[in-house]
Write a protein of this length. Structure first.
Lengths: 447, 438
């Protein structure tokens, strides 16, 4: 459903009225189209540690206009603030106070990206406090930014270098239009080998084969489109009853349609047989298929409860078991599973759905532990309020409130979820494993 | 995808033509889910589903052949127009073919032969029919007046043309399935054959019951998940009655053969209803299938057509396959015992039963087919094992594609053996064909 208010507030007169009345003023987000510049203006790099120099060099290598100090009257495309060397809370002041005026100079759709290290890896409490402090500061900046700008962070795990391929891949993603609806989030990145496709390649998924379940419409169809745009061969899967729309998606993305009910006992075998016959190897598996059967728990019946568990989590567990046992699944394989902010924060009327989606998060973390160091990764993407057929059915007032409850003051688009999934499927995301990435515009729910 | 270079026309060796897969839309009852869909719409839907299943987007397929029995004059280039509306490359050539209800099977035969000869590497065969969106023709009187009017130059000539118009000329000619030379409907023709062979009501109802039970079971085990793409909200053949019973079938009133001396036995339950739908089959050479990582379900081995003189009453309208069968078997050195599946199109239950009775009759086979004795018995447990037209419905030109794709999949599932197809057609014609597992 179109966000009428967002359209209206971005025209001159109503926009002025909204400003005068102090009403929310959601911006048209800067989204990615191939060929776009990485950021809309110069990139300011703040911070004094080694990370700042390293990232400044990397940005220069990407032909970006890099500044080390704010110039008067100059507008900025992004600010990168390196806080990877902080060891006491007092270390945060100087760089963050310099970030303040820089934020004012951000162009619409600008980006703030912090670089830090995990508090839990710190040996002494003061370092842990400083590192954890980054978390609170960046999330607050994200809430202060306007005009479609976002603030996110990169956390370097296990002593990973600032210029490790995983960190640079994450930086590129967060700076780009691909992360338009990712806000107030931290990408935790481990060291990884140099990927075959360097960050920023035109077709980062060229030569890969991807399976997307629930691909006949909505977010699933968009995932298939974005994976195809990024160069992957896509096998789209959905229940036989959705075959007509599924065929249309397959024909749009030059892929193949496979009519399979993922809850069937032979679902994984049929998917793997198809991929083996047509493509040989399976590189990317996106568990997108999901259903809702909402009822307050007091009114819940076994049919509703069981259907949601069967589709949203049990099928994923069974398919993953068979993927891992199959030689068709690549040694560098990626699994990306759709969670939900309901699975993080709970949601009234969705105890079954939230249980299944929280289950996805549990599954992802446990599987990630087994994948560690293997070359394979598994991650979850948790969408917040996304404009789909499903959310269009919400009562009008609830929908309006849900849209404005995020820092970006609007719902996300299916493409926003798809972009994050495509990033996690790409070579440079090989250092991200077992994470739950929220695509929610920094929604207040479960934040 | 790449097209492998062909063996080259003019080569003397013949290569295999294989069935790679198929796609159809669920068949709808006339006036049902596809009441407002044209033949072109449905053929495009069937093609697009096939393209999606096998990833043929933008591919130049060797040739597409399809047809429709009930065809509008505007659809003179139906198949090519459907290709242009589909996700296939616009560089894919296409032609229309029409052999009444044998249209679909004959397109398979024609394209398989081209593949065998190396003229093409891949092809899509099929057919479509809409009894809902049937052409309605203006009366002969009105048509002549309109044509004369278009040629008239002076007001006087125009007036003269129009003045010939009579009120009765304004009534359109409704579409009919009647035979032009006898005026009898297909059902009335079959009623004559049914009576001649003494086919009982019970036997016909039993065959109809099996057709529904077998089709329902095939759906149940997911047999059609890679043979069918839903269309316009329909996900199963609308004619299927999974819960039908011999008792229910026995209650139906006969609709054909009421004027004969013998009791009328043919009902709406043991005759196919008017149906809308489309079906297509992807064929290719072995090299084409291998080069594109496509499955090979079955080989198209051979086919034979026959025709009978039903006009002068020497043979039943739908008995031509009975004549084609011994010629096909003889040429391939095969007997009924050599087959694991029999797909005999159920135009009417009694068509199937009359054919089987004829092949089992020593006298008939001697006198009419010129054989030494009966052609043989068909093991009924191998007959139409995944249902046939009585349950699925029969959109005339689409039936051949439905049968070929389903039989090829059944052979691939079994992993060995042969299947025999028999399709009767209006005009006293029939086509039979052999598929072989790989």
């Amino acid at each position: 459903m179109a966000d009428t208010y967002l359209g209206l507030v971005n025209t001159p007169l109503p926009g002025k009225l909204a400003r005068t009345l102090g009403l929310p003023r959601p911006a048209v987000l800067r989204r990615y189209t191939p060929g776009d510049p990485l950021v809309p203006g110069p990139v300011l790099v703040l911070g004094s540690g080694p990370g700042a120099d390293t990232l400044a060099e990397a940005l220069l290598g990407w032909d970006q206009d890099v500044r080390r100090h704010l110039r008067p009257e100059e507008k900025l495309g992004a600010v990168v603030v390196a806080l990877d060397a902080v060891s006491r809370p007092e270390d945060l002041g100087a760089p963050l106070l310099e970030l303040g005026p820089a934020v004012r100079a951000l162009l619409p759709g600008g980006r703030v990206v912090s670089l830090g290290r995990p508090a839990e890896e710190a040996a002494d409490p003061a370092t842990a406090a400083a590192r954890q402090g980054v978390d609170g500061a960046v999330r607050s900046v994200a809430k202060e930014l306007r005009a479609g700008a976002t603030a996110n962070g990169i956390v370097l795990l296990d002593g990973a270098a600032a210029d490790s391929p995983g960190a640079l891949g994450a930086l590129r993603f967060l700076l780009s239009g691909r992360s338009a609806y990712v806000d107030g989030q931290f990408l935790r990145v481990s060291a990884m080998p140099e990927p075959e496709e360097p960050a920023g390649a035109g077709a980062p998924l060229a030569g890969r084969t991807a399976v997307v379940t629930g691909a006949a419409r909505g977010i699933g169809a968009k995932i298939a489109e974005v994976l195809h745009r990024d160069g992957a061969k896509v096998v789209v899967v959905d229940v036989p009853a959705a075959g007509e729309q599924l065929a249309a998606v397959a024909n749009r993305v030059g892929g193949t349609a496979l009519q399979v009910d993922i809850t069937a006992s032979d679902a994984a075998a049929r998917i793997l047989d198809h991929v083996k016959e047509r493509h040989g190897t399976l590189d990317i598996f996106v568990h997108n298929a999901g259903i809702t059967r909402d009822k307050l728990l007091a009114n819940m019946d076994p049919a509703r409860w069981n259907a949601v568990i069967a589709v949203n989590i049990s099928s994923q567990l069974r398919i993953n078991d068979e993927l891992l046992a199959s030689p068709v699944f690549s040694p560098e394989g990626r699994i990306i599973s759709l969670a939900s902010t309901s699975g993080i924060a709970g949601n009234r009327g969705q105890s079954n759905y939230a249980a299944s989606k929280a289950g996805v998060i549990g599954m992802v973390r446990a599987t990630a532990a087994a994948f560690a160091g293997s070359g394979r990764t598994i991650n979850a993407v948790a969408p917040g309020f996304i404009e789909t057929d499903m959310t269009a059915k919400m009562p009008m007032l609830t929908r309006e409130a849900a849209r404005r409850l995020s820092s970006l003051q609007q719902g996300g688009q299916p493409v926003d979820v798809a972009e994050t999934i495509a990033f996690l499927a790409s070579g440079p995301a090989g250092g991200i494993n077992g994470q739950v990435i929220r695509v929610c515009g920094q929604n207040l729910v479960g934040a | 995808m790449s097209n492998q270079p062909g063996a080259g026309a003019g080569t003397t060796t013949v290569r295999n033509a294989v069935v790679i897969g198929g796609n159809r839309i669920p068949f709808a009852r006339s006036g049902g889910a596809y009441a407002h869909s044209s033949n072109k719409d449905m053929l495009i839907a069937a093609l697009d589903g096939l393209v999606a299943r096998f990833g043929l987007q933008g591919e130049r397929v060797g040739e597409v052949a399809a047809g429709a029995v009930l065809k509008h004059s505007r659809d003179f280039n139906l198949t090519r127009e459907a290709v242009l509306g589909s996700a296939l490359s616009a560089h894919t050539p296409a032609y229309d073919l029409q052999q009444a209800c044998a249209t679909g099977l004959e397109t398979v035969v024609g394209l398989a032969n081209k593949i065998k000869l190396g003229q093409i590497d891949s092809g899509i065969a099929g057919g479509v029919d809409s009894a809902s969106d049937a052409p309605i023709v203006v009366s002969e009187g009105l048509r002549r007046v309109l044509l004369d009017l278009s040629r008239a130059r002076t007001p006087k000539q125009k007036l003269a043309a129009v003045s010939r118009l009579r009120p009765r000329d304004l009534a359109p000619n409704a579409p009919t399935t009647g035979e032009p030379r006898t005026g009898l409907s297909m059902g009335e023709h079959q009623a004559l054959t049914t009576a001649a062979w003494g086919i009982t009501r019970e036997a016909q109802d039993e065959l109809a019951y099996s057709s529904h039970a077998n089709l329902a079971a095939a759906y149940e085990r997911g047999f059609f998940e890679d043979l069918m793409t839903p269309y316009r909200g329909l996900t199963r053949d609308a004619n299927l009655r999974a819960d039908t019973s011999l008792e229910k079938l026995a209650k139906l009133k006969p609709v054909f053969g009421a004027g004969l001396d013998t009791p009328a036995t043919m009902t709406a339950g043991n005759s196919t209803p008017l149906t809308d739908g489309a079906a297509v089959v992807l064929l290719g050479s072995e090299d084409y299938a291998r080069a594109n990582n496509l499955p090979m379900l079955a080989n198209v081995v051979d086919a034979e057509a026959a025709a009978v003189d039903f006009v002068n009453g020497q043979e039943g309208l739908l008995m031509a396959p009975v004549y084609a069968m011994p010629r096909l078997l003889q040429r391939n050195g095969l007997h009924f015992d050599d087959f694991d599946f029999f797909e005999i199109h159920e135009a009417f239950a009694s068509t199937v039963l009359s054919s089987i009775a004829a092949w089992e009759s020593e006298e008939f086979c001697r006198t009419r087919l010129g054989l030494d004795g009966a052609l043989g018995k068909i093991n009924r447990s191998k007959l139409n094992v995944n249902g046939s037209s009585l349950a699925a419905g029969h959109p005339f030109a689409a039936t051949g594609g439905r049968i070929v794709a389903s039989l090829a999949k059944a052979l691939a599932e079994k992993g060995s053996g042969r299947g025999l197809i028999s399709v009767c057609a209006a005009g006293g014609q029939g086509v039979v064909a052999i598929l072989e597992a790989r």
